[in-house]
Unconditional design. Sequence first.
Length: 380
Amino acid sequence: MSETPDVLILGGGIAGASLGAELAADGAAVTVLEAEDQPGYHATGRSAAHFIECYGPPAVRAFNRATRPFLESPPADFAAHGFLKGRPLVWFAYETGRAALEALTAAESCLSPLPVEEAVRRCPILKPDGIVACSVEETAADIDVAGLHQSYLAKLKRLGGRVVVKARAQAVRREGGCWRVETPAGAYAAPILVNAAGAWAGEVGRMAGLPPIALNPLRRSAALLPAPAYEGFEAWPLMGDIGERFYFKPEAGKLLVSPADEVPVAPHDAYVDDMALAEGLHRFEEGTTVTVERVESSWAGLRTFANDRQPLVGFDEAEGGEGFFWYAGQGGYGIQTSVGMAWNAAAQLQGRPVPEPLAGLGLDRAALDPRRPMPTALGH
């Protein structure tokens, strides 16, 4: 067995990397165990992440707002430049989505109504047929996901943390006041175990012998299409159907389109379901002037949610859960919340209160308690 760190973290994606780096900065000895041969292979590496301040339930929106200043202007010893590049978000609604968009726009100061004709001017391939309302978040932005993830891994290692790859948990048990994890890379133990295993977090909990918590891995697909022949295409907004039937945006000189699918699946190395992608591309064709003649590439990733769609953050108070810390269920919000979530979780692990600015934004840790009352089925 390797030397015993203060904290073991299962999962080297953006969640595990950011939390590990924050703990190391506070002086903790941290070892991250990554199942694959490189961190970020699954959800982090497949994210088409966009910073959307008004996206998600209340706790998520607090994390979004706390994270933004860091992403815009990180400390010089973390990165030489920011991780955001402005790209507004335009939500559009058909009749069935009108009420939802109006309610969201009224509730969120970052959203403003946008005339339909202005939405079409900004994105000329959008068909106005049937669209009854639009709103815009002017301050939305693309996120440099790879840059952010690599900066956190570099910080973790610079501060003495370890990242062990090809170390998938095969057995997890509490033994002698520590959590012991058996992996193909060896056995590791620490008094605190952080479960940041993404789509596999539910399996890790079961492996540890804890009562089940409903976590739902959901497959989402995306495709890159040839760029439409329009001048200024690269500056188009992210365009999203508020009914989550599809969204699209420029991406590296191509047009990224997603059917915004959420298909329940077992945790696995996600792959595209051709039928789901074809149906989503058909909806995209109906809503735009584009005829899809060629898909240049496609991929899928897993977004994992608890039934109430709020993350699970905190120690497990169930019998046998001493020292077991849940850090899971970030769903589609994990990149844009990563900084604020890591600040809060690092403080919580060390027995400190909710840090500013999260406290000022009204973050309630009880809303993230892994054993909080929860709906019996996944909500929307």
